[in-house]
Design a protein around this ligand. Structure first.
Ligand SMILES: Cc1cc2nc3c(=O)[nH]c(=O)nc-3n(C[C@H](O)[C@H](O)[C@H](O)COP(=O)(O)OP(=O)(O)OC[C@H]3O[C@@H](n4cnc5c(N)ncnc54)[C@H](O)[C@@H]3O)c2cc1C
Length: 402
C-alpha cells in the first residue's frame, strides 16, 4: 500500500486533520489542487472567522494558534442580534460574555491567517512529532473509488494513488463525496454575502452585530484596530440577492463607503473600506452520510453551514477532533483504521454534534430572509422573548465558551 491515509483538500479542515495526526506514524498524503505559494501565503478572502473557545483550545492543541500571530486574533466580548430598521421599532437580544465564566465569548481571526498557520503547522519539517505528510499540490482529484482492499484517488494528471483510508476535505461541493455515491441535501438561499474590512469612527466595543433589517442583513465582526491609522476596524458583511451586490462590488471606494454608512444608518460614523471586497453565494449542504467503504468526509464536505451562526469551521474542527481521536485509538489497539465500525462511530458522533445546529441555523436563515408581515412579527417576538429569557442566553453563551 502506498499510503495509510490520503486527505483530499488542503483547506483549514484537511490541514487541521493532517496536523492532528502528526506523530501517529500513519503514512499520509495530502492532495490539493492549488499551488504551493497559495497554500503557504493564502490571499485575503474577506472571511473573518468567529471561533468558539473550544475551537481555540483545539487550535492550541494542534500547534496552530501560536502561529496565527497575536495581532491577528481579536477577542469577542458580546454578540448583539437586532431585528428591524428604525431604532424605535427594533427588537434586540444581547449575548454577553458576562453570562459566562470566560473573559470573552470567542475570537475572530482572518480565514487566510487560519489557512497560513494550519499549513505551517501541518507541513513543518520533521520534528519530535515525526515527518510531515507528503504534499501533492497542483493536483486535482477527478475520481475516488474503493474496494475491500483499498481506496483509490485518481488525479487529473493521470496518476492513481492508493491508501487504506481516504478522507475528503474538499469543500461543501465535494467531488469525492459525489464520486463515492453519498447523497447531500443542498439549499440555495438565493442570497449572497459581500465581505470586506472597514475602519469606522465609532468604537465597536468588541461586540459583533447581526442586524436583520428589512430587505438586507448586516453583520459587523470586531477586529483589532487598523495597524496604519489606529482606527476601530471591523469585518463588514452585507447579505442581499446577488444582483444587488454586483452593483456594490463595482462601486468606487468613496461611493461604496457612503453606501455602507447609509445602510448602517450612520451608527458607526464615517466608514472607510480598507480591503478588497469578496462575495459568497449562500448554499447550505447536509451530507446524508459521512462515510462509505474506506472513505470519510470532514469539514464543509461533511456539513456545509450557512454562515449566519458562524459555526462552519467550528464544526469542521469538531469533525477533525472526533475522527482523529478514533483513528489514533484504533492505531494504539492495532485495529484497522478503515474498519466499518470505526467509520460508523465517526458518522454517528459528528452528525449528533452538528444536526441540531445545522437545522437551527437553516431555520434562522430562512425566517430572517422572509419579509412578509407574519414572518417579521415572528422575528420580533422571538427576539423579545430571547432577550427576556436569561437561561436561554446563558445557554447560547455557554455553547460559545464551552
Ligand atoms: C462568508 C463566510 C463566512 C464564514 N464565517 C465563519 C465563521 O465566522 N465561523 C466559522 O466557524 N466558520 C465560518 N465560515 C465557514 C468556514 O469558512 C468553512 O467552514 C471552512 O473554510 C471550510 O474549510 P474546509 O477545509 O472544509 O473547506 P475549504 O476551505 O473549501 O477547502 C477545500 C480545499 O479543497 C481543495 N479542493 C477542492 N476540490 C478539490 C479537488 N477535486 N482536488 C484537489 N483539491 C480540491 C480546495 O482547493 C480547497 O483548498 C464562513 C464561510 C463563509 C463562506
Amino acid at each position: 500500500m502506498e499510503f495509510d491515509l490520503i486527505i483530499i483538500g488542503a483547506g483549514p479542515a484537511g490541514l487541521g486533520l493532517a496536523r492532528a495526526l502528526r506523530g501517529s506514524a500513519l503514512r499520509i498524503c495530502l492532495v490539493e489542487q492549488q499551488a504551493l505559494h497559495a497554500l503557504q501565503q493564502p490571499d485575503f478572502d474577506g472571511r473573518e472567522i468567529a471561533l468558539t473557545q473550544h475551537s481555540a483550545s483545539l487550535l492550541r492543541q494542534f500547534g496552530i494558534w501560536a502561529l496565527l500571530g497575536a495581532q491577528h486574533i481579536a477577542p469577542l466580548k458580546d454578540a448583539l442580534v437586532i431585528d428591524g430598521d428604525r431604532a424605535s421599532a427594533q427588537a434586540r437580544m444581547c449575548i454577553s460574555q458576562r453570562l459566562s465564566a470566560a473573559p470573552e465569548l470567542g475570537y475572530l481571526v482572518g480565514n487566510h491567517h487560519i489557512r497560513r498557520a494550519s499549513f505551517a503547522a501541518a507541513l513543518a519539517a520533521a520534528d519530535e512529532l515525526g515527518a510531515p505528510p507528503e504534499l501533492r499540490c497542483n493536483e486535482r482529484v477527478c475520481h475516488v473509488y474503493s474496494d475491500a482492499q483499498a481506496a483509490y484517488v485518481k488525479l487529473a494528471s493521470g496518476q492513481t494513488l492508493r491508501a487504506r483510508l481516504v478522507v475528503a476535505a474538499d469543500s461543501r461541493h465535494s467531488l469525492s463525496r459525489r464520486a463515492m455515491g453519498i447523497a447531500a441535501d443542498m439549499h440555495d438561499y438565493g442570497r449572497s454575502m459581500l465581505l470586506c474590512n472597514m475602519t469606522h469612527e465609532r468604537a465597536h466595543d468588541q461586540t459583533a452585530w447581526q442586524w436583520f433589517g428589512h430587505g438586507q442583513t448586516l453583520a459587523l465582526l470586531p477586529m483589532n484596530p487598523c495597524p496604519e491609522s489606529g482606527l476601530a476596524r471591523s469585518s463588514v458583511v452585507l447579505t442581499l440577492p446577488q444582483r444587488d451586490l454586483t452593483a456594490l462590488l463595482d462601486l468606487p471606494d468613496d461611493a461604496f463607503n457612503a453606501a455602507m454608512v447609509q445602510r448602517f444608518e450612520g451608527r458607526l460614523g464615517a466608514m472607510t473600506v480598507t480591503s478588497s471586497r469578496h462575495v459568497y453565494p449562500l448554499v447550505g449542504v447536509w451530507a446524508r452520510h459521512l462515510v462509505a467503504q474506506r472513505f470519510a468526509v470532514v469539514g464543509d464536505a461533511a456539513v456545509g453551514m450557512h454562515p449566519v451562526t458562524a459555526h462552519g469551521f467550528n464544526l469542521g474542527l469538531r469533525s477533525i477532533e472526533t475522527l482523529s481521536g478514533l483513528l489514533i485509538k484504533a492505531l494504539r489497539k492495532g485495529q484497522d483504521i478503515a474498519a466499518p465500525v470505526l467509520l460508523e462511530r465517526y458518522q454517528r458522533r459528528h452528525q449528533c454534534d452538528s444536526r441540531g445546529l445545522f437545522f437551527a441555523t437553516h431555520a434562522v436563515a430562512t425566517l430572517y430572509t422572509r419579509e412578509q408581515a407574519p414572518a417579521r412579527l415572528l422575528r420580533q417576538a422571538l427576539l423579545h422573548l430571547g432577550e427576556r429569557c436569561t437561561p436561554f442566553k446563558r445557554a447560547l453563551a455557554a455553547s460559545l465558551t464551552g
